[in-house]
Write a protein that binds this ligand. Structure first.
Ligand SMILES: *[C@@H]1O[C@H](CO)[C@@H](O)[C@H](O)[C@H]1NC(C)=O
Ligand SMILES: *[C@@H]1O[C@H](CO)[C@@H](O)[C@H](O)[C@H]1NC(C)=O
Length: 622
């Protein structure tokens, strides 16, 4: 549609924009890789990105720098971690922004291997950055209204080279321009058509600091330009005057203009913004008018560009879908002059979700992070983007995601188990194994959703909170823990009789029960016998050869032996009310190893509460 604003309104707008044009207020210009706290001013004032990110390394491009704008001379690269995120917190929420990320590889790493990686805005994939040239600057832009005053932009390593970034820019826009029904806009391309300078114009030529790269095709089109000033304020989108002061006309007047682009995805919704200004003072009887069609269907017109004044044409509804898009400008019948075309922008629709993790979880995990000095990629929102949460963290898929698993296995953790973990109230899986944690285990049973708890290979002291043991016994929790760092399992073999053997070695209480009988096959017939604190399985009938011996052998197993016997608990035979039953081999004899827990035998006088046992095994021959 054409802009049809009254002159007085235009005059007001022109004044406002003239003031804005001298002003970068609201602009956020980050030069990525610039040393912390430094800044400089060219046409724009750039500051270091260091205050907005805690990871990455600063590097210099290996190109003739003066050919490039200064913000492209350094990059921040991210050799470590899957995700590295910027958190920009001085956004004015509810304001429409043009947000641009720029990438100039420039062989900064000296390996001549430009990467491919993903760029996320909030929870949404913004673009897959595919650096196909060392010397070309890749700019990606969205027009978006952030829902809060902080935004998170993440570079995601896709194992196709090290992600890096050159610059990150935010430019506030008037609310009423680039408005579409819903969603945000992703720039497909923007061109200064007919440019005679080959310079991409931006601020201060463009009040909103859009970048207008030059394009022309001298084979089919002639360039026209004017030394007079084109008024741009008649178009609310205000393309730069210098961009509007050049245009093209077809060499062959009867040949229409084609503006064509292809897409792999026919469902992409495109929005076109076309700009026209007449640069020729038409003689009497001269007339320039043309229609615009999209894929052969009439779209807009007739367009009759005003002399030295800007008209813009754009669609509020997306262009008809398709893989092939063809905007054609065709002279109308009574027109004596061919069409002209000064500038174009094509955007596609993008849905940007800016979610935030549950605030309680965020507070808790940040405390845990500072307690254990976890570095890896723990920056920004732990669950956002949901496809790439912090490493070791699993999240629910809700719109305000919860942390449901925490795996800090083999992370060199020292000190006590942080009680801040208790504030991760949605936690289902907690793995703190293979660290050097000391002290007592807090009552993690308060985490009512906890299903898996692995505290193995630490230096924890006893006792284990009985409530945890109870949950384990009730098969509500898979529990792997030992305290006082010593596990002994005894094996006793006796015909059909199960004898719990209790021993105490160095303050450690041991129990091991061996039924020298096949039980697993006869599982359905099993019955409980003897000690009600210990679950015992045995066959109903005494048919087992080798059972004739009533000899009782007692053997002790260290924890590492049990690991060996069960081949690191690799094969689970089944689950009983006390937990998993594992397959094992002792001296070529197949055994079933069943893990028990202290509360199961706490009725025994021999067992005192403070002398906790972590692993109890029932070892059955099978
Ligand atoms: C040319 O035709 C269009 C309609 O197709 C009309 O709006 C315009 O006024 C005409 N111009 C001249 C100079 O006849
Ligand atoms: C925790 O991570 C380690 C390796 O990173 C993995 O071996 C282990 O299975 C994970 N734990 C759980 C409970 O998934």
């Amino acid at each position: 549609m054409m802009d049809t604003r009254t002159k007085s309104l235009l005059f007001c707008l022109a004044l406002i924009h003239a003031i804005q044009a001298q002003d970068q207020s609201g602009f956020i210009s980050l030069d990525c890789g610039l040393p912390a706290n430094s800044s400089y001013t060219t046409n724009l004032t750039y500051i270091s990105d260091a205050a907005y990110i805690n990871s990455g390394e600063t590097e210099n491009i290996d190109l003739y720098k003066n050919s490039y704008e200064q913000q492209l001379w350094t990059v921040r690269s991210f050799p470590n971690g899957t995700r590295n995120c910027y958190n920009i917190s001085n956004i004015t929420d509810g304001t429409k922004y043009l947000i641009r990320a720029s990438f100039l590889y420039g062989n900064y790493d000296g390996i001549r291997s430009p990467p491919i990686f993903d760029l996320y805005f909030g929870d949404s994939l913004w673009v897959t950055v595919n650096i196909t040239s060392e010397t070309y600057t890749f700019n990606y832009e969205i027009i978006h209204v952030p829902s809060t005053n902080k935004v998170q932009i993440c570079l995601i390593n896709k194992e196709a080279g090290t992600p890096f970034i050159s610059a990150l820019e935010f430019r506030p826009l008037p609310d009423h321009i680039y408005s579409i029904g819903s969603g945000s806009l992703l720039l497909a391309f923007r061109y200064d058509i007919g440019s005679t300078s080959n310079i991409p114009y931006r601020f201060p030529y463009d009040v909103f600091d859009r970048i207008w790269p030059p394009i022309n095709n001298d084979k089919y089109y002639d360039r026209l330009s004017t030394s007079l000033t084109v008024d741009v304020n008649q178009s609310e989108n205000q393309p730069p005057a210098i961009v509007m002061e050049t245009t093209i006309v077809p060499k062959n007047a009867s040949r229409p203009f084609f503006f064509i682009w292809e897409t792999g995805d026919e469902n992409i919704q495109y929005y076109a913004y076309l700009y026209f200004a007449e640069l020729v003072k038409l003689k009497p009887k001269q007339f320039r008018g043309f229609n615009i069609s999209h894929n052969g269907n009439y779209w807009e017109g007739p367009i009759v560009p005003d002399y030295l004044s800007t008209s813009s044409i754009y669609n509020i509804k997306p262009l008809d879908p398709g893989k092939h898009h063809n905007l054609t400008l065709t002279q109308i019948e009574n027109s004596t002059l061919p069409p002209i075309f000064n500038a174009v922008e094509i955007y596609s629709n993008i849905e940007i979700l800016e979610l935030e993790s549950d605030q309680g979880d965020v507070d808790a995990i940040k405390k845990i992070k500072s307690t254990y000095k976890v570095i890896n990629d723990w920056e920004g929102d732990p669950c956002i983007p949901r496809t790439y949460p912090w490493s070791g963290i699993g999240c629910s898929d809700e719109s305000s995601p919860r942390i449901i698993s925490l795996n800090l296995s083999s992370s060199n953790l020292t000190g006590f188990i942080s009680t801040d973990i208790l504030d991760l109230t949605a936690l289902q899986i907690l793995d703190l194994s293979n660290n050097d944690l000391t002290g007592k285990v807090p009552d993690l049973s308060k985490l009512s959703k906890l299903e898996v708890l692995n505290l193995e290979n630490n230096n924890l002291s006893c006792p284990i909170p009985p409530e945890l043991i109870r949950r384990f016994n009730d098969s509500l929790l898979s529990l792997s823990v030992k305290c006082n760092n010593e596990i002994v399992v005894e094996k006793k073999e006796k015909n059909k009789v199960v004898i719990p053997v209790v021993a105490s070695i160095g303050g450690l209480l041991i129990i091991a029960i061996i039924a020298g009988i096949v039980f697993w096959i006869a599982r359905s017939k099993r019955k409980q016998e003897g000690n009600d604190a210990v679950e015992v399985h045995r066959p109903e009938t005494n048919t087992n050869v080798g059972d004739s011996s009533l000899e009782t052998r007692i053997r002790q197993f260290t924890y590492s032996e049990v690991v060996r016997v069960t081949n690191n608990f690799v094969r689970i035979l089944g689950r009983g009310s006390f937990g998993a039953v594992y397959h094992g081999m002792i001296d070529d004899i197949q055994v079933a190893v069943k893990m028990l827990a202290p509360s199961a035998i706490q009725s025994h006088d021999q067992f005192k509460a403070e002398e906790c046992i972590l692993y109890l095994y029932l070892v059955f021959h099978i």
